[in-house]
Design a protein around this ligand. Structure first.
Ligand code: FES
Ligand code: FES
Length: 158
């Protein structure tokens, strides 16, 4: 079994696994990063979204061999309970979610948006989250939370 090197949340890691193993499995079952969720496993729902070299990517559909040498950021790399990212804080403040299962993927997608567009319109946010399904119908609060985070970030926080 080959070993693959990649960078996860700023840390160099080496994983010995079959190269066909989905990145999602590697994150959850090899590296203990269970914030990234399994939803459909078919690249349809976005719950497994991570940043791959800064771009949103569905980790259920990325083979380990395809991410070797690349940079992966998961929800754990965006913020912590002790030091939440403004997006995470805004989702708490807006109570943007019910079951919460979709939120890690949504926050990852929103992070990619705000990294590139600090002043997104509501339509920009909706388009950026188009690949993320929320089964609880929390979309209005989710949109407000991303707008709140954008405003916080423009104000110079973090
Ligand atoms: S679990 Fe990856 S897109 Fe649904
Ligand atoms: S809050 Fe339940 S799926 Fe989005």
């Amino acid at each position: 079994m080959a070993a693959f090197s990649l960078n996860v949340n700023g840390r160099a890691v080496s994983v010995a696994a079959d190269g066909d193993t989905p990145l999602l499995d590697i994150l959850r079952n090899h590296l203990g990063l269970v914030g990234t969720k399994f939803g459909c496993g078919l690249e349809q729902c976005g719950t497994c979204m991570v940043l791959l070299d800064g771009h949103p990517a569905k980790s259920c559909g990325k083979a380990l061999s395809a991410v070797a040498g690349r940079s992966v950021v998961t929800i754990e790399g965006i913020g912590t309970p002790e030091r939440p990212h403004p997006l995470q804080q805004a989702f708490l403040d807006e109570q943007a979610g019910q079951c919460g299962y979709c939120l890690a993927g949504i926050i990852v997608s929103a992070k990619a948006l705000l990294d590139n567009n600090p002043t997104p319109s509501r339509r920009d946010i909706a388009l950026a989250l188009d690949d993320n399904i929320c089964r609880c119908g929390s979309h209005p609060r989710i949109l407000r939370a991303v707008e709140r985070a954008a405003a916080t970030l423009r104000g110079g926080a973090r």
